[in-house]
Design a protein around this ligand. Structure first.
Ligand code: HXC
Ligand code: NAP
Length: 282
């Protein structure tokens, strides 16, 4: 579907690029010749992933960074630009999430997720946006979710933050088009990853089975399907697509908006047990 040198000469920054969907996108972009910057909090994770990615014969720079901290983000961007001279594409993929009845959330729990997802996306967009505006060229792709527009019970901090990211995507698509910067988003349905599943589909609640049953295509997404969609959206072939959010969910949200609303059926005792197990783990 894509030429093997599609991204030759391009450099792509992926936040949360060491694991899950970020890693799968990184792998696809590297196969197609992109140089990469991958960033997240855990140094060992991004270092290990970058070694794997280098097997495609591209340059990969892992930079530890907490996207919640604008200073760390600015330093990360300076290092990335310093090494590669130009950054063509930014993928805001890093996220934090967990399931919880909203009444049990502390203000710090809400703040933590919003700071990663919404503030983190803003900090990265600002730091790389400055560089892209100077170059008069750039592409920003934000990973949201389908409940960014439906909302969803039990993941309220994430839903609020992703809705904000979607608003940012559409706002900047208009405001920064004059600088040659395109902004788009992908809204995935369920794609199994360790990060998401450990927090959103803990064993014992039957969440995974229910998710699958709700999807009209009756299966979860394959990582390569999302990576190929991202590839198209950030490529020059999509140069007139700006301000769009593309859903990739097998038709799930149309069948029943609000992915976690079914947690209504989980008894209070199960929530208590989950909470105890989480605290014990810490
Ligand atoms: C209630 C919780 C909680 C839970 C944490 N908190 N987990 N509250 N239920 N399950 C509260 C804590 O008690 C604390 O509040 C506050 O949140 C911060 O928690 P920390 O553990 O100190 O935060 P931190 O170490 O910074 O970790 C951030 C995190 C963690 C978001 C909590 O899960 C993380 O690092 N996640 C990164 C990866 C991730 O989440 N991937 C999944 C993305 S999937 P107090 O008041 O006690 O101090 C996704 C897509 C979803 O987004 C769509 C799927 C279909
Ligand atoms: P994941 O593997 O847990 O990815 C999240 C990444 O974000 C991790 O690499 C994590 O690395 C990084 N991260 C978290 N907090 C950070 C911070 N403060 N600073 C920098 N990096 C941080 O989960 P995933 O499923 O692949 O999710 C990837 C994206 O897809 C997210 O935006 C998620 O919302 C979206 N999404 C996923 C699904 C799904 O079904 N999987 C569905 C819809 C949307 P560190 O812990 O090392 O920091």
């Amino acid at each position: 579907m894509f030429k093997s040198d599609l991204f030759k000469g391009k450099t792509i920054v992926i936040t949360g690029g060491g694991t899950g969907l970020g890693k799968s996108m990184a792998n696809r972009f590297a196969e197609l010749g992109a140089n990469l910057v991958i960033t997240s909090r855990r140094k060992e994770v991004i270092q290990e992933t970058s070694e794997e990615l280098k097997s495609h014969g591209v340059d990969v720079l892992p930079i530890p960074c907490d996207v919640r901290d604008p200073e760390q983000v600015e330093n990360m961007a300076k290092r990335a630009i310093g090494l590669f001279k130009k950054i063509d594409i930014l993928i805001n993929n890093a996220a934090g999430n967990f399931i919880s009845p909203t009444e049990n959330l502390s203000s710090n729990a809400f703040k933590t997720v919003v700071e990663i997802v919404l503030n983190g996306t803003f900090h990265c967009t600002q730091s790389f946006g400055k560089h892209m505006r100077k170059m008069k060229n750039g592409v920003i792709l934000n990973i949201v979710t389908t409940y960014a527009w439906t909302g969803s019970g039990y993941v309220v901090p994430s839903a609020c933050a992703k809705a904000g990211v979607l608003a940012m995507t559409r706002s900047l698509a208009v405001e920064w088009a004059k600088y040659g910067i395109r902004s788009n988003a992908i809204a995935p349905g369920p794609f199994p990853t360790k990060g998401a599943w450990s927090r959103l589909a803990p064993p014992g609640l039957g969440i995974e089975k229910k998710m699958k049953n709700r999807i009209p295509l009756k299966r979860m997404g394959e990582h390569i399907e999302l990576a190929d969609l991202a590839t198209f959206l950030i490529s020059d072939q999509a140069s007139y697509i700006n301000g769009e959010v593309v859903t990739i969910d097998g038709g799930e949200w149309l069948k029943g908006a609000g992915q976690f609303n079914e947690l209504e059926k989980v008894p209070q005792t199960a929530w208590k047990l989950l909470n105890m197990r989480r605290k014990k783990k810490k």
